[in-house]
Write a protein of this length. Structure first.
Length: 102
């Protein structure tokens, strides 16, 4: 896992043709907006989160975010334990996001 500030996260994401953006916030948080093209898997679903993450392609590079960066760091750590090699945590999360929102 690597912790990246928004500018680095976005710059790296734009150059990465093997990227998946993962939003680990709750449905209520996502209803307020999300980063375009992100898929959502709520980390608060516990074992359900693990089951859903296990369905993802481990060969992809995952750009993970939550509201402030704490849960996404936890998600990255879990994913690394499950065999995902490349995860990037967005420091500051969606609450500090200044990019496009859908």
């Amino acid at each position: 896992m690597a912790d990246l500030i928004q500018s680095d996260w976005v710059n790296q994401l734009e150059k990465d043709d093997n990227a998946i953006i993962l939003d680990v916030r709750t449905d209520e948080e996502v209803a307020e907006g999300k980063i375009p093209n992100a898929i959502q898997i709520d980390i608060y679903k516990g074992q359900g989160f693990i089951y859903a993450v296990e369905e993802l392609d481990k060969s992809k590079n995952f750009y993970v975010y939550c509201r402030s960066g704490g849960r996404s760091a936890q998600a990255c750590a879990i994913m690394n334990q499950l065999g995902f090699d490349t995860t990037y945590n967005l420091l500051g999360g969606f609450s500090e996001w200044t990019g496009p929102v859908e």
